[in-house]
Write a protein that binds this ligand. Structure first.
Ligand SMILES: NC(=O)c1ccc[n+]([C@@H]2O[C@H](COP(=O)([O-])OP(=O)(O)OC[C@H]3O[C@@H](n4cnc5c(N)ncnc54)[C@H](OP(=O)(O)O)[C@@H]3O)[C@@H](O)[C@H]2O)c1
Length: 171
């Protein structure tokens, strides 16, 4: 199972403001790349906070499998492309595998990213660095151990509007 994390980040390394605002994320530059990465894999893993924050707006992401990480797996599920899985990275990946997906895109937020990193399940990281500073906010990973992890840069791409797209392999 291959797990790639995709994140839109500020140049000072935050994925949202302290007020959980993501309005700064570029719909013109970021969104098409993010959507293409999702469609390529057909399956996303998303934390319940991000899922419900953008319910109806972004999630459930249409025509792909949405695996939502939540301790409340008995939540009402009115969608046929949504599966609730408890906060256990191996279990979530087994579910993806059993549904026929060899690759998934991990789309945040921070706690969910931390859960997968801590479990050693993240193989790749794609960062769309936006040319702005948020000053403070939510980091890419929360609740991780402080272990250093080396990355190998696979590609670096200059995008329009001053964005840089970095693709790393976790080694
Ligand atoms: N810039 C970006 O690319 C990007 C992408 C996604 C999200 N975001 C931002 O990230 C923020 C959300 O991040 P977040 O960290 O607050 O929430 P999150 O990771 O989206 O969701 C956290 C929830 O998922 C479950 N969960 C995930 N990992 C867990 C763990 N290790 N232990 C226990 N429960 C776990 C729990 O659900 P239950 O409470 O249901 O049990 C927890 O409350 C939002 O502000 C959003 O805008 C930014």
């Amino acid at each position: 199972m291959n797990v790639t994390l995709f994140c839109a980040i500020s140049a000072d390394g935050f994925i949202a403001t302290s007020e959980r605002n993501s309005e700064w994320i570029s719909m013109e530059v970021d969104a098409p790349i993010w959507e293409a990465e999702i469609k390529k894999r057909g399956c996303i893993i998303v934390g319940s906070k991000a899922f419900y924050q953008y319910l109806d707006d972004v999630y459930p992401f249409p025509e792909v499998q949405n695996i939502v990480i939540t301790s409340q797996t008995d939540r009402e599920n009115k969608w046929d492309n949504v599966t609730f899985v408890e906060p256990d990275a191996s279990k979530a990946l087994s579910v993806a595998e059993s549904l026929g997906f060899p690759e998934v895109l991990l789309v945040g937020g921070a706690k969910t990213n931390g859960l997968f990193l801590k479990s050693g399940k993240v193989n790749g990281i794609i960062l769309d660095i936006h040319p702005l500073l948020l000053g403070s906010g939510i980091k890419v990973f929360e609740d991780t151990d402080s272990r250093m992890i080396n990355l190998q840069k696979l590609s670096s791409q200059e995008l329009s509007e001053g964005h840089t797209l970095l693709h790393y392999k976790v080694v």
